[in-house]
Design a protein around this ligand. Structure first.
Ligand SMILES: [Zn+2]
Ligand SMILES: [Zn+2]
Length: 111
């Protein structure tokens, strides 16, 4: 299991999952879902209303499907896709600050 920490140029530090969440928060606009390519990208989540017992409900939408047509069975791949289309080339997020990962030389534990 990897235990490395990533640090953002804004000061945020976290593990890979937390860091991805952080980037999503600062790069994915709240008011629209238009990526840097000018197309809409958002998770195509099926409504999670509790289905009646025995009713599988709609299941033809993969776990990681995007409005643009991207689809993956792995939701983490959708996250990667969203970050790829929303992160700007200059690394400036919707808050106007720069967010670029800096590799931390974190001492390995137990190593
Ligand atoms: Zn997309
Ligand atoms: Zn940041």
């Amino acid at each position: 299991m990897k235990m490395g920490l990533l640090q953002c140029s804004c000061g945020y530090a976290g593990d890979e999952a937390g860091f991805a969440d952080h980037l999503g928060e600062v790069f994915i606009p709240l008011h629209d879902d238009i990526g840097t390519d000018g197309r809409a990208h958002a998770e195509l989540a099926v409504d999670c209303a509790p289905a009646a017992e025995g009713d599988p409900g709609p299941s033809d939408v993969p776990a990681g499907a995007c409005l643009c047509g991207f689809a993956s069975e792995d939701a983490t791949e959708l996250d990667d896709h969203l970050l790829a289309v929303f992160i700007t080339a200059d690394g400036v997020g919707t808050d106007g600050g720069r967010h670029e990962p800096d590799c931390l030389s974190v001492p390995a534990t137990g190593g």
